[in-house]
Design a protein around this ligand. Structure first.
Ligand code: UDX
Ligand code: ADP
Length: 457
């Protein structure tokens, strides 16, 4: 079959995999090849046991795989044959040297840029898909265009706004697609090529174009605003617990103001995920490097509030369980950073599990999808056990703490769980998803977020 365009995507992770699967499904006239250095990941993409759990993704992959969607470890070949190269490799926060703990670690990105230069024999459009600090595109362009063969590379910023757990839906019906390019003749031409890809299924008025830097910055700012809302509501949850107000009632009243809106106002044990913390740290680092210390501090406080929320949650657990949890079995219900994903990156459950374990509790982790990742995250700790079935996890437990808002936990037979637990039985609801009054009546001592506890003593 003759394809009208060949697209490569370097990086077959949570962003690259689903995005390319949807592009391939929607654009059968394009050949889409997803490549990765990880052989195991690529192998998994070729089976029905995909390397990431994402509702609806397998159907999308199956619709295109082998037709115009291919997974391969031959990165060089994919670069050579493609006119458009998306790059969605990981960009973790630097752990060493200048900017450690804040700046993005761009080593993977730079490696990819050099590989693209080495293998290319014709002009390419290189699309930034990973979240990167503002002005990365410029740096990449400098590396790419410093080649001896006089091949021209145009760098486009096309940040991905999908959220895990709803990735397929977000990709099929995005609120917006953002495409940033240089506003030169070749930049605008490249921009149009990327617009044409998305226009195959996204209404034209949802495809925004801008200069490269605006696109890069918009991604950081969108995530910073979302995280800020969670930190705002979480800060008020702490106040509610002291004052007899109910955070659910407050969030409802506040969210009904159409200027504020009702989404992203769920108080929680803290936000996690690969993006929020990393992107805010990036923003903070950029602001600091321009001498905007007040702006940097303002955004840093969003992260501080998140840490405060995690810390105060686990402290309350210890305090309420009579200030000692040595030898007590504590079941964490959920380990993923949110529901409907197997991803545990930056999950508050990691911090909570470590803290409880260091206090010498016997921690048991339960999660329907994230246990493999949990085992990796907690490998350094001894004595942690893993039990997918929540009913089994609760046997002999002094406390259950809900970490992830899996639907499964809303519909558990809590009487059965209460029966198999040690007494007094404690329930710490880090997501406010169970019926607190009902559980109190069953006999639990219940600790919701943003409401005074319901205790039998
Ligand atoms: C986020 C952005 O939403 C997405 O646009 C971007 O592309 C990547 O980062 P993601 O991290 O996948 O997506 O999940 P998101 O739904 O934003 O949740 C992030 C964290 O905030 C989770 O830990 C979630 O549980 C928490 N959260 C979310 C709350 O605690 N309360 C809320 O009201 C909403
Ligand atoms: P994201 O959530 O941004 O998609 P992931 O960590 O899920 O991040 O995916 C990034 C992928 O990029 C990983 O599968 C990793 O193996 C891959 N990767 C990193 N560096 C390279 C590279 N130089 N060439 C190809 N793939 C790479």
């Amino acid at each position: 079959m003759m394809f009208s365009k060949r697209i490569a995507c370097i990086g077959a992770g949570y962003v690259g995999g689903p995005t390319m699967a949807v592009i391939a499904m929607k654009c059968p006239q394009y050949k889409v090849t997803v490549v990765d250095i990880s052989e195991a990941r690529i192998k998994a993409w070729q089976t029905d046991n995909l390397p990431i759990f994402e509702p609806g993704l397998l159907d999308v992959v199956k619709a295109a795989r082998g037709r115009n969607l291919f997974f391969s470890t031959d990165i060089d070949a994919a670069i050579r044959e493609s006119e458009v190269i998306f790059v969605s490799v990981n960009t973790p926060t630097k752990t060493f040297g200048e900017g450690a703990g804040k700046a993005a670690d761009l080593q993977y990105w730079e490696k990819v840029a050099r590989e693209i230069v080495r293998e290319s024999r014709s002009p390419k459009i290189v699309v930034e898909k990973s979240t990167l600090p503002v002005k990365t595109a410029q740096t990449m362009e400098n590396i790419l265009n410093a080649n001896d063969r006089k091949i021209h590379f145009e760098v486009i910023s096309n940040p991905e706004f999908l959220a895990e757990g709803t990735a397929v839906q977000d990709l099929l019906e995005p609120d917006r697609v953002l495409i940033g390019s240089h506003e030169t003749e070749s930049g605008l031409r490249a921009r149009q090529e990327i617009v044409d890809i998305y226009a195959k299924w996204v209404p034209r008025d949802r495809i925004l174009t801008s200069n490269v830097w605006s696109a890069e910055l918009s991604k950081l700012v969108a995530n910073a605003f979302l995280a800020q809302r969670i930190s705002s509501i979480n800060s008020i949850s702490a106040l509610c617990e002291k004052t007899d107000a109910n955070i659910l009632e407050v969030a409802r009243a506040v969210g009904m103001d159409s200027r504020i809106g009702n989404r992203f106002l769920n108080a929680s044990v803290g936000f996690g995920g690969s993006c929020f913390k990393k992107d805010i740290l990036n923003l903070v680092y950029i602001c600091e490097s321009y001498g905007l210390h007040e702006v940097a501090q303002y955004w840093e406080s969003v992260l501080e509030m998140n840490e405060f929320q995690e810390t105060r949650f686990v402290r309350a657990m210890i305090r309420e369980m009579f200030n000692t949890i040595v030898g007590k079995r504590i079941a964490l219900f959920g380990f993923a950073f949110k529901a409907n994903t197997s991803d545990t990156r930056e999950s508050p459950a990691i911090y909570i599990a470590k803290k409880l374990s260091r206090e010498q509790a016997r921690v048991v982790i339960s999660d329907p999808k994230a246990l493999d990742n949990a085992r990796i995250d907690l490998a350094e700790l001894e004595g942690i056990t893993y039990q997918e079935d929540p009913y089994q996890a609760a046997v002999g437990a002094h406390a259950v703490a809900i970490m992830t808002e899996w639907d499964l936990y809303r519909t558990l037979e809590w009487e059965k769980i209460f029966d198999v637990m040690e007494k007094p039985a404690f329930l710490f609801d880090g997501r406010n998803i169970v019926d607190h009054e009902r559980l109190f009546k069953i006999g639990f001592n219940v600790y919701p977020l943003g409401r005074p506890p319901l205790k039998h003593f």
